[in-house]
Design a protein around this ligand. Structure first.
Ligand code: 9UX
Length: 72
């Protein structure tokens, strides 16, 4: 199954920042697709809700040193 969520990411200032966050999300078991947009400071993530919850996505972003707030 697939769930989509959008996350506001705080603190990104360059494409290296957004690539770091994007790769961290893509490396998580259960994440099917993750795109991070620097310009809008948002991530859109498709994931299997049977494998993980959005809280783990927020935690993974915070572990990279950035702030994360669920949008939808
Ligand atoms: Mo870019 Mo981001 O030089 O923490 S990697 S600012």
């Amino acid at each position: 199954s697939t769930q989509v969520c959008r996350i506001r990411i705080n603190g990104m200032t360059c494409t290296s920042c957004s690539n770091t966050v994007e790769q961290a999300l893509q490396a998580i078991q259960g994440v099917q697709k993750a795109q991070v947009a620097l310009a809008t400071e948002e991530a859109e993530v498709q994931y299997d809700p049977k494998i993980l919850s959005y809280n783990q996505l927020l935690q993974a972003i915070e572990d990279t040193g950035f702030g994360a707030i669920l949008i939808s």
